[in-house]
Ligand binder design. Structure first.
Ligand SMILES: [Ca+2]
Ligand SMILES: [Ca+2]
Length: 558
């Protein structure tokens, strides 16, 4: 057992509390809803009240923990796995962590697992025919127009959630937008979510620490956008990677489609919310026609013109990025914080996680021109799962799914088996060499990051394999500054879907093209006003109106 990368139980508890604090700090509906609920940490109050009741269920007395049923039950499920690269039914048979979960639950599953690349093509015809349906299905998409939901294939879950949703209710409280996202305009719930966590998985600025030291701009002094600009200029001027060539450093590298993440520094969600967000009063705005976006474009046009932003930012892909890291040319970038350790290994293949200092380091979020200071989270709704009308015992199957949302299963399916994959010593999780070294994809084979069943990303999960410094910054700094999308997935009325379908795609394309054009200067910034006029002529106000109606409806979901 190695002793370095420990995760303390205390940290997990603190994290649960942080979830609430960070959502209180964020703008939009999270604030309203959390305040209304009194902001209880991790939803323990409601859950434990329920648990204490010890109401026997119809079958087997499920009350939030294993066993789910006294008598072993078997269910059939059609699914795919996109969380890790394992995607066949034989892979599933080897996932010992998940089979341990089944054993504890006293549930037997017959999983039909289809490769994720073919899943939609295979499953859509079967859903359309509504023939030979298993007990539960992972949907091929989120059913945005509610066509499957309206077809009568799936059972409505509200009563089951009320009766057996011990752990799911806790997740609904932790992730405040989640319940609203799976609720229809009529207030019904047909689908169980796979839950993404934004915690310890944010997208944030990471800087080459060795460059910063070399050019005399230490990270401890990088607080504002202006400080960061000074760093970029210094990296450009100096031979920061010390290879004898002062001109080969890329002060800021961004991959295609990711430059929009910089909106967070101006308080704008230009990314996962599609450019739409709720302001502090709950009014939906479009960031792509906001004056703060013009400021951002002006700044990035300057970076591009001065050679501080990678000149192929609009098209660069992962291969480009890997090649630049291999030659240690990258001065900074924004991406998922959990990639940090991997970047350091790519710069220096001999880099040792236990003994070497990180090379690419996540920094405290920069303070933007208007005081905004964020790391970028995400929409928490992943894939969705429905229980079909063919299921003869939906109570027990639902109870089993609920069990998969428990903390016990989060630990089991992300940290493995106690005594084999980890030991708990003085409250610390100490992982085995086998777990950490991950030879032959050990963790993935055993079920790490499997998303073929309703469940969730354990908030500490991605951090188990990160260096102490990444985990420290993520847990103690970034989690406190999360900006999550406020315009999330939603079920809409037919009339609303029609407006989205008519205008949203063209607008998104226009936003992307103009972001690139303004930054590269192929469209001068002096054309901003006519750009805004064009966006308005493309019915942006109609889209805003739809998002406002949806947002108001979602905010009312309790
Ligand atoms: Ca240089
Ligand atoms: Ca150089």
């Amino acid at each position: 057992m190695k002793t370095k990368r420990n995760i303390t139980k205390l940290m997990l508890i603190l994290l649960c509390m942080l979830l609430v604090i960070s959502s209180l700090a964020a703008c939009g509906k999270d604030v309203k809803d959390d305040t209304a609920k009194g902001g209880k940490p991790s939803g323990t109050e409601k859950g434990s009240d329920k648990k204490d009741d010890k109401e026997p269920s119809a079958e087997g007395g499920y009350s939030g923990s294993a066993p789910v049923t006294e008598e072993e039950k078997t269910f059939t499920i059609l699914t795919t796995n996109s969380g890790s690269k394992l995607s066949t039914s034989s892979d599933w048979e080897k996932m010992t962590w998940w089979h341990e979960a089944l054993e504890r639950a006293n549930i037997n599953l017959e999983l039909e697992i289809i490769d994720s690349s073919a899943y939609g093509d295979v499953v859509r015809p079967r859903l359309a025919a509504a023939a030979d349906l298993p007990d539960a299905i992972k949907l091929p998409d989120k059913d945005p127009d509610m066509s499957y939901l309206n077809s009568g294939i799936f059972i409505e879950l509200s009563d089951l959630i009320d009766e057996y949703g011990y752990n799911l209710s806790k997740q609904f409280e932790i992730y405040d937008s989640l319940k609203a996202e799976v609720t229809t305009p009529d207030g019904e719930i047909y689908y169980l979510p796979y839950i993404y966590t934004p915690h310890n998985n944010s997208r944030t600025l990471m800087v080459n620490d060795a460059f910063a030291e070399k050019v005399g701009k230490p990270l401890s002094e990088m607080k504002t956008l202006d400080d960061y600009y000074d760093y970029l200029v210094a990296v450009k001027e100096a031979d920061a990677n010390e290879n004898g060539n002062p001109d080969d450093e890329i002060p800021l590298f961004m991959r295609a489609g990711m430059t929009k993440l910089w909106g967070m520094v101006w308080g704008l969600d230009l990314s996962d919310g599609g450019g739409y967000q709720a302001d502090e009063n709950g009014n939906i705005i479009c960031g792509y026609i906001d004056d703060r976006y013009l400021e951002m474009l002006t700044f990035f046009n300057k970076l591009y013109t001065e050679g501080l932003l990678y000149n192929e930012f609009a098209t660069a892909d992962l291969d480009t990025q890997n090649a630049l890291f291999a030659d240690n040319q990258v001065g900074s970038l924004i991406h998922f914080v959990s990639n940090c350790t991997g970047y350091s290994q790519r710069i220096d293949p001999d880099w040792n996680i236990d003994t070497d200092e990180l090379i690419i380091v996540p920094v405290e979020p920069l303070e933007g021109p208007h005081g905004d200071k964020y790391a970028y989270g995400r929409d928490v709704l992943g894939s969705i799962y429905g229980i079909t009308t063919e299921c003869e015992d939906p109570e027990t199957l639902f109870a089993f799914f609920d069990y998969l949302y428990s903390e016990e299963i989060g630990i089991l399916t992300w940290y493995g088996l106690e005594g084999k994959d980890y030991e708990v010593s003085n409250g610390d999780y100490v992982f085995s060499d086998e777990f950490l070294d991950n030879k032959d994809n050990y963790r993935g084979v055993n079920g790490f990051n499997f998303d073929g069943l309703p469940s969730y990303q354990f908030p500490g999960g991605y951090m188990a394999t990160q260096s102490d410094k990444v985990r420290d910054i993520s847990e103690n700094v970034l989690n406190k500054h999360l900006m999550n999308p406020t315009v999330t997935f939603s079920y809409k009325l037919d009339s609303e879907n029609e407006i989205i379908q008519e205008y949203a795609a063209d607008l998104a394309t226009y936003f992307d093209e103009n972001l690139t054009a303004f930054i590269m200067g192929t469209k001068p910034l002096s054309e901003w006003d006519s750009y805004v006029e064009t966006v308005k002529s493309m019915h942006v106000d109609d889209i805003i109106e739809v998002h406002q109606a949806v947002y108001d409806r979602q905010s009312a979901v309790e």
